[in-house]
Design a protein around this ligand. Structure first.
Ligand SMILES: O=C(O)CCC(=O)C(=O)O
Length: 455
């Protein structure tokens, strides 16, 4: 994409109604004949007339900036971008922490409606298998996908979003009453702006190219997090804010819905790996999943310390993460192949799904847990991106679950790499690494003792 413009910006202009997703594949997004002529692109968005394309984009950019305040309001009051993707006109490397590669087609959009139909009839089974295969391809290629028709009711999402926003709007001192004083006893609660540097648990921030350039600096976000309510999980009882009043019920309900979605996804994972659909069930009956809200303040009126980013580069810890995000800025990097950052499409009403390191280890690296980050608004978008919120449900197994490589993931060309590990111990190693107290790669040591991450 010429001029480094984010694809959501262009597509939003071309398709003001937002992404057109057909049959679970975003390749169905297409430009009409009139749009092709107007923009100098083909049906898939590949540039065919560079001069025409550049002129059109410049004109749109000017118009966009002029009308910025008229953009739709996101659930958190920020500017919500309708996003979809288009194919990039060719390979293009980006080393800037503020820019991603302008090709988001790496992260597919998958309609998982069939997973909610548990009927035993052949048609329903075939539909579930088809979805499972799409998911399997995404897990192997990028470890990220966006789901639509996910089954989480809209009112549940709206309630949790509104309550979370109200919580973050409280005075700092009030929120800080929920800050844990000993995170080995209570690893949840409130954390103020700059309180966490996720990239500390990684060898890189900003992709392999930037390893020498970036020093750890606090992330430009505040957070609130809870764990499970089940005492059998072995985790401490939840501490919820009492203000706003609706916070606790909204979070409890959303946590359960997100956990059910994680269950549907794990069922599909199992099918796609040649296992019975309930294969993961006996490892998650007293799971220690966590729900975390991130609030990234508007950067218009604050000084961003050098090296700080909204959410620094990291991989997730557990099995699968379900993310509801409130706007653009999320990027992924296929660290083993190149150090290019790719924008993740923002789909209103969709959820971004990604795998954690535990799932990668479980599948003998057949599936990826991919580096991701949230960038600061680029200089020309500080006025329009505004505040951003994100809600991440990190699905984890039972603390004492033994994770031993899934047999169908061991092949002649991909021999067994890892020893069995206890899920709770694995999580602890990752947690310590993000606090600078353990080797960032300790949790991914292979049988020979080397790090599999390869960074
Ligand atoms: O807020 C987002 O979009 C991403 C957050 C994230 O990656 C995390 O909290 O681990």
């Amino acid at each position: 994409m010429p001029k480094g413009l984010p694809p959501w910006w262009i597509i939003n202009k071309v398709q003001p109604e937002g992404p057109e997703v057909d049959k679970g594949s975003w390749k169905a997004v297409s430009f009409s004949e009139a749009q092709q002529k107007e923009f100098g692109v083909d049906a898939e968005g590949t540039v065919t007339d560079q001069a025409k394309y550049d002129a059109k984009i410049d004109a749109l950019k000017a118009a966009r900036l002029a009308t910025a305040p008229k953009l739709a309001a996101a659930p958190d009051g920020t500017t919500e971008m309708k996003v979809t993707t288009k194919k990039a006109p060719g390979r293009q490397r980006s080393r800037s922490p503020a820019r991603g590669r302008q090709d988001a087609s790496l992260v597919p959009i998958i309609d998982i409606g069939a997973l909610s139909n548990t009927s035993a009839d052949a048609e329903a089974k075939a539909a579930r298998e088809k979805v499972a295969q799409e998911i399997c391809t995404a897990c192997g290629e990028i470890g990220f996908f966006v789901v639509i028709n996910h089954g989480i009711p809209k009112d549940v999402v709206e309630a949790v979003w509104a309550q979370t926003r109200q919580f973050f709007d409280l005075p700092l001192e009030e929120k800080q009453t929920l800050t844990t004083d000993d995170d080995s006893k209570y690893p949840y609660g409130y954390s103020a702006l700059g309180g966490e540097t996720l990239s500390r648990g990684k060898r890189v921030d900003g992709g392999a190219d930037e390893v020498e350039e970036t020093k750890p600096a606090g992330d430009m976000k505040e957070m609130m997090q809870i764990g499970p309510c089940n005492a059998e999980s072995g985790m401490p009882p939840r501490r919820m804010p009492t203000n706003p009043e609706g916070f606790a019920p909204a979070w409890e309900r959303y946590y359960e819905e997100a956990n059910s979605l994680a269950g549907r996804l794990l069922g599909a994972f199992a099918i796609s790996l040649g296992l019975p659909a309930n294969w993961f069930d006996n490892k998650k009956s007293k799971h220690i999943s966590a729900l975390r809200a991130n609030n990234y303040p508007d950067q218009k009126d604050i000084v961003v310390p050098p090296g700080s980013i909204r959410c620094s580069a990291h991989t997730d810890y557990g099995t699968v993460t379900i993310l509801k995000s409130g706007g653009p800025g999320l990027q992924v990097c296929k660290d083993k192949q190149d150090s290019v950052w790719h924008d993740v499409p923002y789909v209103p009403d969709g959820f971004v799904i990604n795998l954690g390191d535990l799932m990668r280890r479980w599948t003998n690296d057949r599936w990826s847990s991919t580096l991701h980050r949230v960038i600061n608004p680029p200089p020309d978008h500080v006025q329009t991106w505004g505040r951003r919120m994100g809600l991440a449900f990190f699905h984890n197994l039972d603390k004492d679950a033994i994770v031993e490589t899934i047999p169908s993931c061991i092949t002649e060309s991909n021999p067994l790499k890892y020893d069995p590990i206890v899920a709770g111990e694995f999580l602890m190693l990752k947690h310590l690494a993000s606090n600078g107290k353990a080797d960032p790669d300790a949790h991914m040591k292979t049988r020979g003792g080397a790090s599999a991450r390869g960074l």
